[in-house]
Ligand binder design. Structure first.
Ligand code: ATP
Ligand code: MG
Length: 371
């Protein structure tokens, strides 16, 4: 098990596409790190630099104290599962898994033993005699993971390994992956653009946008205290509501879209100290109430979407022409006054729970709690 460390790593393609910009990132030994970011943010590029498939344009990569920046992929001993899992179609499952050992000329009897061991761990031992096209997506996925694990890698690198699976299978393989990673204590870097997957798997999440590290921390921390409006607006289904507001001079209150939002005393004091009068007010759909009376942000019900136990209420706020949609997740009592209001187009008030309201700097977009 190794610690993986990126120091000032950048990657520029063809002298102009800055895919990764000056990333400092340490993945502790045995840690499950998830790289989370939108399409094109540089996730695969980072993974390939750790694998040795791409060389950084600048910066260094270390496995513990060893500088591996110039070490070729074969000598790094990493297990890589590609975004499209890339099994060899003409080889049976057994040979697919055995391949990394065979090219290292590991003796046949040891190969057999190791393939059997890893196949049983992933519960695909009954499939060793089939070709990839004779497997379901989830089974192919597990073969790809087995092939990455069989050489006992120092680091496991997974590039969106669950993206081709249906929702149910994804949940299933996800749980297996988490259990396996903990069992083996493998330093793991898992790439995804699915924030639910990131929350579920990660010891820590590194959020990437436009090649830059936005925030790194445990899932709960990143969720509750996003570093900036990008992270706030990317994490969560639906993500945090973000509206421009003006702070009161005396009271811990922000004026937003013709209404008001209470903010915590701490944040209010911080804003004063920083001389911030305008701020982007952030509140999560889950930490917000809807009421029929002020105070709050006035709005009109736009849609009501059942989500199972809870409902997602979409509310239009602001003047016509510059209105915005706010999302609130709530579970209400059937037959209540609120339920009746929700079924009509009546006026409601959005009242975020004070402790969970965040304020972001209007220019830097950084959360005031970090300033
Ligand atoms: N070999 C390459 N040559 C030139 N540009 C590249 C190359 N590989 C990636 N890029 C560019 O670098 C940026 C980052 O790409 P990357 O594949 O790392 O994104 P990603 O975060 O993995 O996206 P996705 O979620 O879609 O897989 C993109 O703008 C992409 O077009
Ligand atoms: Mg990618």
């Amino acid at each position: 098990m190794v610690e993986v460390r990126l120091e000032g790593v950048s990657k520029v393609f063809d002298g102009r596409v800055a895919a990764v910009r000056d990333i400092d990132l340490t993945i502790e030994s045995g840690e499950f790190m998830v790289l989370l970011g939108p399409s094109g943010s540089g996730k695969t590029t980072i993974l390939y630099m750790v694998a040795g498939l791409y060389k950084p344009s600048s910066g260094r990569i270390y496995f513990d104290d060893e500088d591996v920046t110039d070490v070729p992929p074969m000598k790094r001993n990493v297990g890589l599962v590609f975004q499209n899992y890339a099994l060899y179609p003409h080889m049976k499952v057994y040979d697919n898994i055995a391949f990394p050992l065979k090219i290292r000329r590991v003796p046949e009897d040891i190969v057999r033993e190791k393939v059997k061991e890893v196949a049983s761990m992933l519960r695909i031992d009954h499939l060793l005699d089939r070709y990839p096209w004779q497997l379901s997506g989830g089974q192919q996925q597990r073969v790809a993971i087995a092939r990455a694990l069989v050489k006992e890698p120092r680091v496991l690198l997974l590039d969106e390994p669950l993206s081709n699976l249906d929702a149910l299978l994804r949940l299933h393989v996800r749980s297996e992956l988490k259990k396996l990673q903990k069992q083996l204590g493998l330093t793991t870097i898992h790439v995804t653009h699915d924030q639910g997957e990131a929350m579920a798997l990660a010891d820590r999440i590194a959020v990437i946008n436009e090649g830059k590290l936005q925030q790194i921390g445990p899932p709960r921390k990143v969720f509750d205290s996003p570093y900036n409006t990008f992270v706030a607006g990317f994490l969560g289904t639906p993500p945090m509501n973000l509206l421009e507001g003006t702070l009161d001079r005396e009271e811990p209150v922000a004026y937003v879209k013709g209404g008001e939002v209470e903010v915590s005393e701490d944040l209010f004091v911080k804003a004063k100290k920083l001389g911030v009068e305008e701020a982007i007010v952030g509140f999560r759909p889950e930490y917000t109430r809807i009421t029929l009376d002020p105070p709050g942000i006035p709005g009109r019900i736009y849609t009501v979407e059942p989500m199972g136990k809870e409902i997602l209420v979409v509310i239009e706020v602001g003047e016509e022409g510059e209105s915005e949609l706010v999302r609130v997740v709530t579970d209400y009592t059937a037959g209540s006054k609120l339920q009746k209001a929700l079924s009509s187009e009546s006026l409601v008030y959005i009242r975020p729970i004070k402790e969970y309201v965040r304020l972001f700097h209007p220019e830097s977009k950084i959360s005031l709690e970090y300033l």
